[in-house]
Ligand binder design. Structure first.
Ligand code: BES
Ligand code: ZN
Length: 631
């Protein structure tokens, strides 16, 4: 019985050069040699006509101006034309000011200014930049500068840094903010190499998601020779120091946290080794980490060669390093093999969460891996319950997705992870591990769809084990809402023990002091806190707080879990510490839900009053999200 429709494969594999059969032969050959790929346009979050023209290389020559909070300079884009007679290049821009656009001749020696048009500004998409091309042109040069309000850039004053002496800049391009940094085809369907020259003020160090070339006269050179999607272009500039962990892994950070970070992340080489053993070589050269200022709105971001991390991971006990395992795992799932539109975000995040958990299991054993699965599953169930639109709980997201941000719920991460756990369970690790390794290998440096994966699964694994699963089971995971009943239910003995004690405390059989917490890991604390009932007595909150000093605790995950409970239970003694948390932590995963919970629990006044003070320090991405929550 065939579960899939192999006919689909043929449609995608059709050669493209035939479209050009009435062109001179040299031109056809040139296109074949350059291997421009026919892509079906399927990403609604880009203006780019990438089915006709594909940008293959971006060169940036930018000045980093901290006074005006702008990047200014020139972007030069090389492109190829799958549609040979395409005469217009459409790029994405958002809050960019364009000074001029020039088009090259074939050889790229002479440049002709052209009349470009900027489209109407859309709050999500930005503005299209439409450039008329001469028949023989292969490059365009755009002179431009960014806006101080660019959503993909945060400019910090010296006072907002730990060192207090030098300013700081960092970018966050995923999902669709690369277009606020440079004019480009801002879709993960298109891959490009990039190079950059950055001029920065004295005493500041620029870094990018690329290899660092030589420094000449205060100008820094960067190169990313492997084709990546635009959302992986990244930049950070600041008073940044470096310390090596080994010959190709190291940590960048401000001085105050460098030593602690090196210690916290000292097991990164083991993670890399585990990843490599499971899924093949690390293909990006160096792997460095940068610990950013606290306003970085994510736990981590998988910028190639240089993962960006929140300082809240530096907990002192390596308890939150699964985020490093996660960002490193993206070097295979996401960066090497990329979702071709945000509707397929689970191909990045679900695969990565699965790989992350396999690596954690290899390094720290099943006990920790299962605890992390169980915590993740609780989060997923909550997101599924709270989904406004059930279609947002499908792995393959609907065509009318409103904003790419809506693709990044626990569904992409955890339902995606549990789907791969389901496949692993049905086919067995012996077959599934090599299968996944060859998926990464066979699609290296390509952008892929959910349907590509399903087809590959069928042709390379399912045909060999036809009874392992049915089409209905598969469709339930990919195209139906909610959590399928074939999902694993991770059983953590450690958590069972925590729950048993929690129960006894709630039944007043023991006091808080008698709960055996001495050997609890952060994970066990999180399970304990997350599973407390919403309606504890004030005296019970106080007993927990007095016994365990939860209010003001330094571990950001534990603090977050505790404040979520105290908000629901109106335990107001925690409010000053919560205020401080919201003022000093910018990580979206925490602060969006804290502001949301305050708003839902009749604390909107408090929330707005804290936000008024905290907002200027938050990243533009976080500002936009919280503005919407507290509106
Ligand atoms: N790629 C994401 C971060 C991201 C998602 C940025 C969507 C912009 C839009 C990153 O790999 C990630 O998933 N980070 C998680 C950590 C992880 C362990 C779940 C985070 O930030 O919490
Ligand atoms: Zn991720």
């Amino acid at each position: 019985m065939s579960l899939f429709k192999p006919a689909l494969i043929l449609a995608l594999a059709l050669p493209l050069a035939f479209a050009a059969c009435n062109k001179p032969e040299t031109e056809t050959l040139k296109i074949e040699n350059k291997a421009a790929r026919k892509i079906v346009k399927d990403d609604k979050f880009t203006y780019a006509n990438y089915d006709e023209i594909q940008v293959t290389h971006l060169d940036l020559n930018l000045n980093v101006d901290f006074e005006r909070k702008i990047l200014s300079g020139v972007a030069t884009l090389d492109f190829e034309k799958p549609k040979v007679d395409a005469d217009t290049l459409i790029l994405d821009t958002k809050t960019l000011s364009i000074s001029s656009v020039k088009v090259s001749n074939n050889v790229g020696e002479s440049w002709t200014p052209v009349d470009y048009t900027l489209g109407k500004a859309d709050p999500v998409m930005g503005q299209s930049l439409t450039i008329p091309l001469a028949t023989d042109s292969t490059k365009v040069k755009v002179s431009y500068f960014t806006s101080p309000e660019a959503e993909g850039l945060q400019w910090l004053s010296p006072a907002q840094t730990a060192g207090k002496k030098k300013p700081y800049l960092f970018s966050q391009a995923q999902a669709i903010n690369a277009r606020t940094i440079a004019p480009l085809q801002d879709t993960p369907a298109v891959r490009l190499t990039y190079s950059a020259r950055l001029t920065v003020p004295d005493g500041l160090r620029p870094l990018m998601s690329a290899s660092q070339g030589e420094l000449k006269d205060g100008v820094y050179q960067f190169d990313m020779p492997q084709p990546i999607p635009s959302y992986l272009i990244a930049i950070a500039v600041g008073d940044i120091k470096f310390k090596a962990i080994n010959d190709h892994i190291g940590v960048y950070a401000e001085d105050y946290i460098l030593e602690a970070s090196v210690e916290e992340f000292s097991e990164t080489p083991l993670m890399e080794a585990a990843n490599t053993e499971l899924y093949g070589p690390y293909r990006w050269g160096r792997y460095d980490l940068i610990v950013l200022p606290p306003s970085f709105p994510y736990g981590g971001m998988e910028n190639p060669r240089l993962s960006f991390l929140t300082p809240t991971l530096v907990a002192g006990d390596k308890s939150l390093t699964n985020v490093v395992a996660h960002e490193l795992a993206h070097s295979w799932s996401g960066n090497l093999v990329t979702n071709s539109s945000w509707r397929d975000a689970w191909l990045n995040e679900g695969f990565t969460s699965y790989v992350e958990n396999r690596v954690m299991e290899r390094l720290y054993g099943e006990r920790r891996a299962v605890m992390e699965q169980a915590l993740a599953l609780e989060d997923l169930k909550r997101d599924i319950e709270n989904a406004d639109d059930p279609r947002l709980t499908q792995l393959k997201l609907p065509k009318d997705l409103e904003h790419p941000d809506d693709a990044f719920t626990q569904v992409a991460y955890v339902k995606g992870q549990f789907f791969l756990m389901f496949l692993e369970e049905r086919f067995g690790r012996e077959a599934f591990d090599p299968f996944l390794k060859s998926w990464f290998n066979d699609h290296a440096f390509q952008s892929v769809t959910t349907e590509d994966f399903i087809r590959y699964l069928h042709n390379n694994l399912h045909v060999n084990f036809p009874d392992a699963l049915t089409k209905d089971e598969l469709d339930a995971w990919i195209y139906e809402a909610g959590l399928p009943d074939t999902a694993a239910n991770p059983q953590s003995d450690a958590f069972d023990k925590v729950s048993a004690q929690s129960e006894r405390w709630l039944n007043e059989e023991i006091t808080a002091r008698e709960i055996e917490t001495a050997n609890w890991s952060t994970h066990e604390w999180l399970h304990f806190l997350n599973t407390l009932p919403d309606d504890l007595l004030q005296s019970q909150y106080k007993e927990l707080d007095d016994t365990f000093n939860l209010t003001g605790t330094q571990n950001a995950e534990t603090a977050f879990a505790w404040y979520m409970q105290t908000i629901k239970g109106h335990y107001d003694a925690a409010l000053p510490a919560l205020d401080n948390f919201l003022m000093t932590v910018g990580r979206g995963k925490f602060i969006y839900r804290l502001y949301g919970a305050l708003d839902e629990n009749k604390q909107a006044r408090f929330a707005k009053q804290v936000y008024a003070r905290a907002r200027p320090g938050y990243h533009p991405i976080a500002q936009r999200r919280i503005d919407a929550i507290l509106d």
